[in-house]
Design a protein around this ligand. Structure first.
Ligand code: NAP
Ligand code: HSE
Length: 438
């Protein structure tokens, strides 16, 4: 049986998990693939660091270049993170014709086009199942399982850390900072956790899914992003009273064709009020879920652990199998990991995106307040579907909740700008989108 030697660059949470998983299930994979996977070297930064998963010292190295260039190493697994050295690692390996597996969504988001083009030029494949939604094989679903569908809607809870934080804030009334510290301890968060809580990690993943679904590489600058720092316990409670749960959603929507030309695709990430009756409202803790609608298949749903050592290692193993089969049967025998096929593809500017909204204002309890606010919305042709001024709030300012009918982002931005300048409005308005999954 052919033996394939792996060079893993990074021996942290995910690298350690992959090392452990290959020891545990490598023999099973050999039976299934007809090739044996062996970890030959693991590059790390610090040889002396104590590691939760022990890697034999003889396998460790600090010079990633020597691992990539080693002619005895057939396949490179980039699990170091970041976008600078990681880009060099992936390019160097692909230029040597070695297949590469990565979990690095930030790298793909920033340099995906260049990396896939390099892979194609050098006859090697670049695999990235672990870059989105942890253990859910969503890349394979879009790339292979749904290859015969046009994807009209995709909604994803794709950041485990944010979902873990929002779940514990809702169910336990837990404090944001304390729950984030737990997510870091559990190995869910990025080395720089602002990537998680400010929505950038979810934007990287949503951009990757949109690229795959629509056949053009989405520029991360075109993805509209809001994170969860502004989601307060008060909004979680009001949402619950209205029958919703707040989730950080990646949203990819395509609205048919525009006079025969490809219409732009909405690609955004923002906290969203999800109706409690919708399945995504019950996706809790570190779990992720991706809801995909295809024009032939209809609605489909994928669910699983979205972050952490073992879930991510499982996705890397799936890519190792594909990459190993490249080496066994030839890279061209498989569907390439990314096929650009939409030359007119473009992202819809956020100002043109239409949505429903939850708005929470902090207002003076004075006659005429509601009339002033309603007049600004009416002038902008923005319809109010309901107004709630909950009892039991006392003080100089009171919460006023408005549920808003479909309106563009631009119209809402301008109207809320005017509303926030009213003397009766005491704080910056809170605006959260409401999704009805139509
Ligand atoms: P991590 O625990 O910080 O591990 C990073 C590893 O890379 C460490 O072993 C580090 O060495 C090594 N490293 C960093 N710079 C290096 C260099 N210049 N040369 C050699 N080795 C270097 O990070 P992680 O959580 O495993 O994440 C790794 C990647 O997987 C990231 O792209 C992340 O976005 C992605 N990912 C993570 C998860 C998750 O749940 N954690 C899930 C999906 C995807 P030392 O150990 O010596 O410091
Ligand atoms: N930090 C990421 C998350 C890791 O919490 O989802 C998985 O990609």
């Amino acid at each position: 049986m052919r033996q394939i030697n792996l060079g893993i660059i990074g021996g942290g949470t995910v690298g350690g998990g992959v090392f452990q998983a290959v020891q545990r299930n490598g023999a099973l994979m050999a039976l299934r693939l007809g090739v044996e996977l062996r970890v030959a070297r693991v590059a790390v930064r610090d040889l002396k660091k104590s590691r939760a998963v022990r890697i034999p010292p003889a396998l460790l190295a600090t010079d990633w270049r020597s691992v990539v260039a080693d002619p005895g190493i057939h396949l490179i697994v980039e699990l170091m993170g970041g976008t600078t050295i990681a880009r060099q690692v992936v390019l160097a390996a692909l230029k040597l014709g070695k297949p590469v597996v990565t979990a690095n969504k930030a790298l793909l988001s920033a340099h995906g086009e260049e990396l896939f083009a390099t892979a194609q030029r050098h006859g090697a494949n670049l695999y990235y199942e672990a870059s989105v939604a942890g253990g859910i094989p969503i890349i394979k679903v879009l790339r292979e399982g749904l290859i015969g569908n046009r994807i009209t809607r995709l909604y994803g809870i794709v950041n485990g850390t944010c979902n873990y934080i929002l779940t514990r804030m809702k169910l336990e009334g837990a404090d944001f900072a304390a729950v984030l510290a737990d997510a870091q301890r559990l190995g869910y968060a990025e080395a720089e956790p602002s990537l998680d809580v400010d929505g950038h990690d979810a934007a990287h993943k949503t951009g990757i899914l949109a690229s795959l679904a629509h056949g053009f590489w989405v520029n991360p600058k075109d993805v509209y992003v809001e994170g969860i720092r502004g989601v307060t316990p008060l909004d979680i409670q009001f949402a619950e009273r209205l029958g919703y749960t707040i989730k950080l959603l990646g949203v990819v929507k395509k609205f048919g064709t525009d006079q025969g030309k490809c219409s732009p695709v909405q690609v955004s990430v923002y906290p969203t009020l999800v109706p409690n009756g919708h399945v995504l409202a019950s996706v809790n803790d570190v779990f992720n879920a991706v809801y995909v609608r295809g024009d032939i298949v209809g609605d489909t749903l994928y669910y699983g652990r979205g972050a952490g050592q073992d879930a991510t290692a499982s996705a890397v193993l799936s890519d190792l199998a594909d990459a190993a089969l490249d080496l066994k049967c030839g890279a061209k025998s498989r569907i390439p990991p990314f096929v650009p096929h939409e030359r007119d593809g473009a992202v819809l500017p956020i100002d043109e995106v239409v949505s429903r909204y939850y708005v929470r204002l902090s207002v003076a309890d004075r006659p005429g307040t509601l009339a002033k606010i309603a007049a600004i919305l009416a002038a902008a042709k923005i319809g109010i579907s309901s107004v709630i001024q909950p009892e039991g709030h006392e003080g100089k300012s009171l919460p006023l909740i408005l549920m808003i009918h479909d309106a563009t982002h631009a119209a809402m931005r301008q109207a809320l700008g005017k509303i926030s300048r009213l003397a009766v409005v005491k704080e910056t308005p809170v605006m959260i989108r409401v999704e009805n999954f139509e």
